[in-house]
Design a protein around this ligand. Structure first.
Ligand code: NDP
Length: 420
């Protein structure tokens, strides 16, 4: 980010005034709290909760909550920092924030998850609100968790403030197309990016890491655009299928049976293979387009070199910062199209803002209308990034384009608001 900003300030040194960049790097507020809860055996458990309210120049803080044992304040801060510029790029009036807990929902019963969410919200409610801070889901926080947290918020405040959380269920204020938005949006971005080189997704082989919310819908939209899926994964390993991955079966395994992707190879038999994590990386599989949609730092420079040698033409980060800086350098040196997460996966937060819009107007849009808005937003993000990269004499450098376009919008608003 600072590398990109160096190019901005050499053109516009006034952005160095009033410690603007230092102010952007410092969160407006960081909240760390104790989350006590009681497990099914009656034992008291303690986790740590976080909310980093990073920047509210453009609107209320907005960003997901992550429940995963790896969560710490450093992770929440980098995600929150990225979120500021992603939200600015989405063109919606939302600031940046992020939160979560080191709670591990894996293996916990429904009742345990409910008690944890209620305890988490018993502290968080005083810091959030439709006009203050609007959390959403992220890794480990889906519809179920958002429902429990919304229930507790409503109980504690005695207010039906639908716009306080997004990613809600459809029966109580959720938006159609929100679940699909991040994965669909990433693929819209890829399609637009390929068009700049006179290509499309038709007939392309795509590898998608993960098999969660982002990955599943990225695969669905890529198939719709005529691509085939070479491989997908979970944290246990990856699967391939010579006929192309059968997405219906992956969904059945992950969403209905709640099993592991290894099941896929067992059911499909010949032609399909499961490679356990540690025995090989999904990025060994030859593909034209790579969509890392699992987690941060999952694609290394060695992975990038192998992908490039296997003929890769484009990468889009469905996850947040899945590619290491060295991997990104390898892609750039090889002339591979590269879409950074803050641009490519902004469809999720943009649709969350559409959910807030529907809640504020007590309205409900059709799936088609919401998806139409999503595709317009993604095309706009792409075009803004591309135009900015051209303005800085590096056409097609989407990292520079995304960082600069996002920064300039936030910086302009911060300047207008004075030193606060
Ligand atoms: P989910 O929890 O639904 O899915 C995550 C998937 O990644 C799971 O299949 C998980 O497997 C897999 N995974 C996790 N760690 C690894 C690993 N080390 N190697 C391989 N696979 C792994 O999360 P989401 O799909 O919602 O989010 C994925 C990423 O996208 C995150 O970085 C998130 O911040 C980002 N993102 C999500 C948005 C959204 O709208 N959901 C919006 C913008 C960004 P397992 O089941 O084994 O854990």
């Amino acid at each position: 980010m600072l590398e990109s900003l160096g190019k901005v300030v050499s053109k516009h040194p006034d952005y160095l005034d009033d410690a603007l960049i230092e102010r952007i790097c410092e969160p407006e507020r960081q909240i760390i709290f104790r989350v006590p809860w009681i497990d099914d055996a009656g034992q008291v458990r303690i986790n740590r909760g976080f909310r980093v309210q990073f920047n509210s120049a453009l609107g209320p803080y907005k960003g997901g909550l992550r429940f995963h044992p790896s969560v710490n304040v450093g992770i929440v801060k980098f995600l929150g920092f990225e979120q500021i510029f992603k939200n600015a790029l989405s063109g919606m009036p939302i600031g940046g924030g992020k939160g979560g807990s080191d709670f591990d929902p894996k293996g916990r019963s429904d009742r345990e998850v409910m008690r944890f969410c209620q305890s988490f919200m018993t502290e968080l409610w005083r810091h959030i609100g439709e006009y203050t801070d609007v959390p959403a889901g992220d890794i480990g926080v889906g519809r179920r968790e958002i429902g429990y947290m919304f229930g507790q918020f409503k109980r504690l405040t005695n207010r039906y403030e639908a716009g306080v959380l997004t990613g809600k269920g459809l029966s109580y204020g959720g938006s159609l197309a929100r679940s699909e938005a991040t994965g669909f949006g990433t693929v819209y971005f890829v399609q637009r990016m390929l068009e700049t080189r006179g290509q499309t997704l038709e007939g392309k082989r795509i590898s998608v890491s993960g098999s969660g919310n982002v990955a599943i819908y990225a695969m669905q939209k890529a198939l719709k655009f005529g691509a085939t899926i070479a491989a997908c994964s979970d944290s246990d390993g990856y699967v391939t299928d010579a006929r192309g991955i059968d997405l219906d079966l992956i969904r059945e395994i992950k969403e209905v049976r709640r099993e592991r992707v290894s099941e896929y190879a067992r059911i499909k038999g010949a032609g399909s293979q499961f490679i356990p994590a540690g025995k090989g990386s999904i990025w060994n599989v030859p593909c034209d387009v790579a969509l890392p949609c699992a987690t941060q730092n999952e694609l290394s420079s060695e992975d990038a070199t192998r992908l490039v040698n296997n003929g890769l033409i484009a990468v889009a980060e469905g996850a947040n910062m899945p590619c290491t800086p060295e991997a990104i350098r390898t892609f750039n040196d090889a002339g591979v199209l590269f879409a950074p997460g803050k641009a490519a996966n902004a469809g999720g937060v943009a649709t969350s803002a559409l959910e807030m819009q529907q809640n504020a107007s007590r309205d409900r849009w059709s799936f088609e209308k919401t998806e139409q808005r999503l595709s317009e937003i993604m095309n706009n993000i792409h075009d803004r990034c591309y135009a900015t990269s051209e303005e800085y004499d590096e056409p097609g450098n989407y990292i520079l384009g995304a960082n600069v376009a996002g920064f300039v919008q936030v910086a302009e608003a911060m300047r207008a608001l004075g030193v606060v």
